[in-house]
Design a protein around this ligand. Structure first.
Ligand code: ARG
Length: 567
């Protein structure tokens, strides 16, 4: 039972007793002096039943009293305030302490695919990928924790005209000249090449495409690759491998886990039958020689253009691979929910794909969600750039965070944990739709809502418990409430199961980050106000410390952050 459900249950029976037909609602009290929870239902119900709100509130409050609450009272125009009894807090906290799931009831498992960012072949990871990796990984952990069956897929951008341009770039590097017959680049060696070098090939191929003949060559190469030309396929596979190695290394450094390393190319065999299906059912239509499907709803604006499925030259597009990939995920993986973790600039694209999938019946009974996020900005308000003005590379940002952490923490391994934690917490401690300014000094500070602050709080609790262990003091298995500051930190802990279910429902890791912060913040007050080891009841207070450590540790794990036991 969560704190919230106790209040809801009390209200439900009070409504019944008062003949009110309404679904009760409660929120956390805005100020502790009002109690722990409050219901704002009465004003609305009074209007509907033509009663006086305060009188109604008084009879509801009287009927809602039970032993979970030591006070249910009325305030203002008719708010009903609930104050949890210390016994109920202690009982609930004790149950949490002995439960590895910390009081979380698992949800009915939903098979969920998370589409993670989709970095492109031959392009270095940049600042935008930081957010998709960090948010995507946290969502993965949150959904797994609450009982879902999650498959993460990197969804590599490895198909389409970009690949033709890249092959073209490789051809130019091996001496091919504009106007020569189509290059097969069989002699080109990719051995020892880095993604950075692939990026240079791509840039030269892309620049060459300014010229129409060269662009036609890139198109031809794309088509030949998509038709399975063996030499081009070998070259493409090598380039894909090099890119994937680099992506995996950075993702690994950030702790992002992918179950699948599929890409846009893996949907290729699905495209033709899918287009046939859409045409034969009259869902796709010709428009200026191209094949399109009309889209609407899904938060799309009224004048949204149709989704392009095939260009007049026969090439499949970004939306086509996304739609085809969705079909495969549903059919081959059994996805019941698909979450796309990309920035908000893709909202129109993703919304159009969702709408097309719905009208084609490909998403029947499937929950489609776009977990969008805002931009990481520099001080100028523009997308974060490195000093030389180019888009910041993800590895550069990681290096920056590690270097800053190393200035503050002497132990090398600890500095790595702190630097990466700082980067992740900064990304997750605001609602994901809000962007933020990349402020390395603030992020790595040991004060305020930061990763280092929370990691330090965790390490401090570990050291208290260690100290107790060496003094032979064992934490009690029972939690008790012996001081208002202890009560306050325990109440913050009790909100953890609710925060987790909200994080899963809204796809919002911020809920977990904020829970961790509130627990840590009230803990530091408790630790200032109450003696733990030399006080009256060390085992009891140690039980509180232990629970707090478990809650903070679990939250940090759900945010994809590592912890150290000493700092
Ligand atoms: N590869 C795309 C890009 O770099 C992002 C793909 C996002 N995922 C998706 N299913 N569309 O812009």
């Amino acid at each position: 039972m969560s704190v919230k459900s106790a209040a809801l249950a009390a209200l439900a029976s009070a409504y019944k007793l008062n003949g009110l037909e309404a679904v009760p609602s409660v929120v956390r009290s805005t100020k502790p002096e009002f109690g722990d929870l409050q219901s704002n239902d009465m004003m609305r119900l009074a209007k509907a039943t033509r009663k006086n709100a305060r009188e109604l509130a008084a009879s509801v409050a009287a009927a809602a009293c039970n032993d979970v609450f030591d006070d249910v009272s009325v305030a203002g125009p008719g708010f009903v305030n609930f104050r949890l009894s210390d016994e109920a807090i202690a009982a609930e906290a004790t149950a949490m302490l002995g439960d590895p799931a910390l009081g979380v009831a698992k949800e009915v498992p939903v098979r969920t695919v998370i589409d993670f960012g989709g970095p492109n072949v031959a392009k270095a990871l940049h600042v935008g990928h930081l957010r998709s990796f960090v948010i995507g990984e946290s969502l993965r952990r949150i959904l797994v924790e609450i009982g879902h069956d999650v498959i993460s897929d990197i969804h590599l951008g490895d198909w389409g005209l970009q690949m033709g341009k890249l092959l073209h770039g490789a051809a130019i590097a091996s001496g091919w000249q504009n106007g020569d017959p189509v290059p097969f680049i069989e002699d080109f060696s990719f051995d020892g090449m880095s993604v950075g070098e692939l990026g240079i090939l791509y840039k030269s191929g892309n620049a060459a495409s300014e010229d129409d003949t060269a662009l036609a060559t890139a198109r031809l190469l794309t088509n030949m690759l998509q038709d399975g030309h063996p030499i081009l396929t070998t070259a493409w596979r090598r380039m894909r491998e090099i890119s994937l190695d680099a992506v995996s290394a950075t993702a690994g450094q950030l702790g992002a886990h992918f179950d699948l390393f599929l890409g846009e190319s893996d949907a290729h065999s699905e495209v033709a039958p899918m287009l046939d299906d859409l045409v034969s059912r009259g869902l796709a239509r010709e428009s200026d020689g191209a094949l399109v499907i009309d889209v609407s709803g899904d938060g799309l604006p009224d004048n949204v253009p149709p989704l392009l499925l095939r260009k007049s030259d026969g090439a499949a597009l970004y939306g086509t691979t996304d739609l085809a990939t969705m079909r495969r995920r549903v059919r081959d993986i059994g996805a019941q929910r698909i979450i796309y973790c990309t920035d908000d600039r893709q909202a129109l694209h993703i919304g159009s794909v969702f709408s097309a999938a719905r009208s084609a019946g490909y998403a029947h009974g499937i929950e489609l969600r776009h977990a969008t996020f805002g931009t990481v900005r520099g001080w100028d308000g523009k997308p974060f750039k490195t000093r030389d003005g180019s888009a910041a590379s993800l590895s550069g940002m990681i290096e920056l965070a590690l270097a800053k952490a190393a200035e503050k923490v002497t132990d090398k391994d600890t500095a790595t944990v702190v630097g990466l934690g700082a980067l992740k917490f900064a990304d997750l401690s605001i609602p994901r739709k809000t962007g933020y300014v990349f402020d390395i000094d603030r992020m790595t500070s040991f004060e305020g809502r930061t990763g280092p602050y929370l990691q330090y709080a965790y390490a401090r609790i570990c050291s208290i418990l260690n100290k107790a262990a060496s003094a032979g003091i064992v934490p009690s298995v029972k939690v008790s409430v012996s001081h208002p500051s202890e009560r306050a930190v325990l109440v913050e802990c009790l909100w953890y199961p609710y925060s987790l279910s909200e994080a899963a429902r809204q796809l919002e890791p911020f809920e977990i980050a904020e829970r961790a912060y509130q627990v840590a913040d009230t803990f530091s007050r408790f630790y200032t106000d109450c003696t733990v080891l030399s006080g009256e009841d060390p085992p009891g207070r140690l039980a509180t410390c232990k629970l707090v450590g478990q809650v903070i540790g679990k939250c940090l794990e759900l945010l994809g952050m590592e912890t150290v036991r000493r700092m």
